[in-house]
Design a protein. Sequence first.
Length: 461
Amino acid sequence: MNRFQSIKLFTVFVIGFTFLQACQNTTETSNFKEQEHPNITKLKGQSAEFTPEIIQLNESVYVAVGYDGSNASMVVGEDGVVIIDALRALGAAEKVAEEFQKISSKPVKAIIYTHGHEDHTGGASAFVGYNKNVKVIAREGFKEELQEHSPVEPILKRRNGRQFGRDLPAEDVINRGVGPGNTSADRVGEGYIEPNILFKDVKTLRLAGIDFELHAANGETNDELFVWIPSLKTLFTGDNYYKSFPNLYAIRGSQYRDVKAWGESIQKMSTYPVEFLVPGHTRPLTGQALVHRNLKNYSTAILSVYQQTIDAMNKGYTLQQTVDEVKLADSLINQPNLQEFYGSVPWGVRSVFLHYVGWFDGNPTNLSPLSSIQESKHMIALAGGEAKIYEQMKTALDKGDYQWGLQLSDYLLQSDFEKQKVIETKIKLLRALAAQQINAPARNYYLSYAYELENKQKEEL
Ligand SMILES: [Zn+2]
């Protein structure tokens, strides 16, 4: 029976589009045809955060959400407007600029970049046209830490593609955690304009008749800032805040993100009487009590992950023991803004651990471990042969013990045992894991890797 026939037969028994959709990717895998995992339902729910919309926040502030991967905002002043963040693709930014123009045709006086990531800077020229006199403001050290010219750029690029699911077929795409599943590829980065005003710690300036305060605020990057407009009680957080547990470490591969400074930056924001909060991604928030509560639990969560990691390290715990130990308190774990759609607690813990001590976790066993081939030979012998491990791998798949199955697959892939069969099972394990992730980067990574393996197999046939 070919794939088409099997789907046709299936529809006889199955009514309901949603169910069919859930099964679409797994026609070959018998063990998770049933129901959508609750984590996937939650992740799909998160997509409501990026429905394209220009949100009017108060009499002067407009926020464009869902037009690209991040937000761009416009503050309307007396004799002009100020743009805060400029999206990634020039094509997407042009659409937003057009919408902003309909609201106010006053000239753009300034662009403020909350940080140097391309998804906040790449579309700037869409807002200013040919006007070269516009102030473009950012922090000193702007974009310095970006790994655009890293010696490991080729692998960073591949990992980036996996984290964001850039090559995934449409039916596998849900979202990217804090952004839509697909973003515009229309002239990405081509609208970037270099900043012409840089500042160090704090800068206050009057733009279009409105007083702006810009504060250095390390966190996701070391060039991050937040913008506070006292007269409008509006605060723009950059990427230090969005509706998800923060991405303290990016699995695409990134330099250390200063976790302690990140928590402290949010703590500082929470001391302002903020009525309107504009995150770098996801929808803005309104209401002082709500904003305060959200900023408070965000900083508490970050600083708690940091401190628990430090405490466990000082007790002499290994890396994995530290990961096993650190948990968010019950009072935080169910907060809507701390769900792990984008960042993950264990990834943050690993990042802090490695930042302070490097690769050696203190356990002498790990000082000079066996090579992966040696280790796999020993494990295969211990298990009673490759076939036994392969059986265990399949059992792990059937029983839902997917991570264990993956770990077993790596032993077999170091041996000469039937690679084709092992990889086929590994692909199923990766897809099964993906089908239960609340975390979009993890889901995208598992699925992308599965597709890469599948394509490689096709090539070899
Ligand atoms: Zn961003």
